[in-house]
Design a protein around this ligand. Structure first.
Ligand SMILES: [Fe+2]
Ligand SMILES: [Fe+2]
Length: 479
């Protein structure tokens, strides 16, 4: 019998993490790593802020939903860098300190972008590529063994930023023509010069590593303070946005209707949920001074709601139905964002979501979907339900705790929602909509696409939002 250590098998050294050369680097001290990572953290926090600030007023659905995702991802990576910096002998963390005025200027300028043309150029051609380069440089410079926890955080951040950039590059191609690009050349040069003034995102690049010529760093768009616009806007696929002519909740909870037909109403409700990120973005923008975790948690929920809207779109696409025929109402986000204070909006959100939890809520929707014969609908509602459980927890953490009592918190949410003027009749009187009942025509065409006969009772459905709120209480919402 041989001794167990007679032959040492040839295995990767250093836990497979890196080479001896990479583990032998001595360029960066803990202090150097901390100050470099604080710059990554700063940019991720600012990117989160910029994406969030644009969600409500950005009309294009694909940008609105991508900004929701990108804001969430930036928040997640900012959280990871915060945690890592906290592990490096760092209290006080100093994470609110602006690392360099040049970095601040770049972010302020992009935040101040007057349209999505400047925005996508600034984000996806300047800020995010510069951040990505710095993340790569970090991994090329630090000791991969001694600083392994930071390298891991950096690597994950790099992976998702590359995905963000891949979307962004396609957005730039779609949205920026040669004329706009040349009109914005001076502004782009300003952004790049501001980065140079900060010695790059890393703070370690020398002037010669940049090709930008010297220029004065005079603020352009950020010369005036940023003004947040909470008014939701939609692109041309979203028409007749004040239409309250169909009450999908009334259809959903009416036992006479077939689950298959109810799925159409649920998909509409899912798609309509784009109003939730529009509203939540306004809460985040207009609620300063909370702990970072508040913004991170709320951004997760915001993205989930955008995802629910996208799942509605996918449901329609899979069934071969053109959702742009349906007027997707936006009065919920419009009214909340313009009539209520941020805290009151949060109260309404919690009240609605808490109402989704009981027997008649998300479980019911999932059961309907399961009985519909449409497998994707069941998957959508299954995950939607799971997400809502998480959202109720987020609400308890960041809303109910302020009351200390669930009943009081719910009562306040209900009363805030009741304060919102529905304006159903007013929209009609002002000619903003005719509240057309779009359902029969859409339903008939859906039945013909799906090769099924319409149910005459469903075809005759004609309940509006005139006197009933989405929770079927007298006197719209989703979440
Ligand atoms: Fe939700
Ligand atoms: Fe939702």
């Amino acid at each position: 019998m041989s001794r167990p250590d007679a032959v040492i098998p040839t295995l990767p050294p250093l836990a497979g993490l890196c080479s001896f050369e990479e583990a032998g680097r001595s360029t960066l001290s803990v202090e150097d790593c901390v100050s470099w990572m604080k710059r990554h953290h700063y940019l991720l926090v600012r990117l989160h802020e910029i994406f969030t600030a644009k969600i409500s007023a950005e009309p294009v659905f694909e940008l609105k939903t991508a900004f929701s995702l990108h804001a969430y991802l930036c928040a997640e990576h900012a959280s990871a860098f915060r945690r890592r910096v906290g592990e490096l002998r760092e209290p006080p963390l100093g994470l609110d300190v602006v690392p360099h005025d040049g970095l601040k200027l770049v972010c302020d300028e992009v935040l101040g972008s007057p349209s999505h043309t400047e925005l996508v150029l600034g984000l996806y051609e300047v800020v995010i590529p510069a951040l990505l380069q710095s993340l790569k440089d970090y991994r090329q410079t630090t000791n991969l063994l001694a600083d392994a926890p930071s390298v891991r955080v950096t690597r994950f951040c790099q992976i998702e930023l590359e995905e963000i950039l891949a979307f962004g590059q396609r957005a730039v191609v779609a949205l920026v023509n040669d004329a706009s690009r040349s009109n914005l050349a001076t502004w782009i040069a300003l952004l790049k010069q501001a980065l140079v003034s900060a010695s790059g995102v890393s703070g370690r690049l020398t002037q010669s590593e940049s090709s930008s010529p010297e220029m004065a760093l005079a603020p352009h768009y950020s010369a005036v303070p940023f003004h947040y616009d909470p008014v939701p806007r939609r692109d041309s696929r979203f028409h007749d946005s004040f239409n309250g002519g169909v009450n999908p909740e009334a259809f959903l909870y009416d036992e006479q209707f077939h689950p298959r037909d109810k799925v159409l109403m649920m998909l509409y409700k899912r798609l309509r949920e784009i109003d939730v990120p529009e509203m939540m973005a306004s809460i985040l923008q207009q609620t300063p001074g909370k702990p970072w975790k508040y913004y991170a948690d709320m951004s997760r929920q915001l993205w989930d709601e955008a995802r629910h809207s996208l799942l509605g779109e996918v449901g329609f696409v899979q069934l071969g139905l053109d959702w742009t025929k349906i007027p997707i109402n936006f009065t919920w986000s419009l009214n909340l964002n313009t009539q209520l204070k941020p805290w009151e909006r949060h109260a309404v959100l919690f009240f609605i979501e808490q109402g989704l939890m009981p027997r008649t809520g998300k479980r019911f929707e999932w059961e309907v979907a399961q009985n519909s014969g449409i497998p994707l609908a069941a998957v959508i509602q299954d995950f939607d339900w799971a997400d809502e459980v998480l959202h109720a927890q987020i609400g308890r953490e960041w809303y109910v705790k302020e009351f200390g009592d669930l009943t009081e918190a719910m009562k306040y949410g209900d009363s805030c929602w009741s304060q919102v003027m529905g304006h159903w009749r007013d929209y009609l009187d002002r000619g903003l909509t005719q509240h057309d009942n779009w359902w029969p025509e859409f339903y008939q065409s859906a039945c013909s696409t799906m090769g099924v006969s319409p149910d005459p009772a469903a075809l005759a459905f004609n309940t509006t939002y005139e006197s009933t709120r989405a929770d079927l209480k007298d006197i719209s919402a989703s979440a």
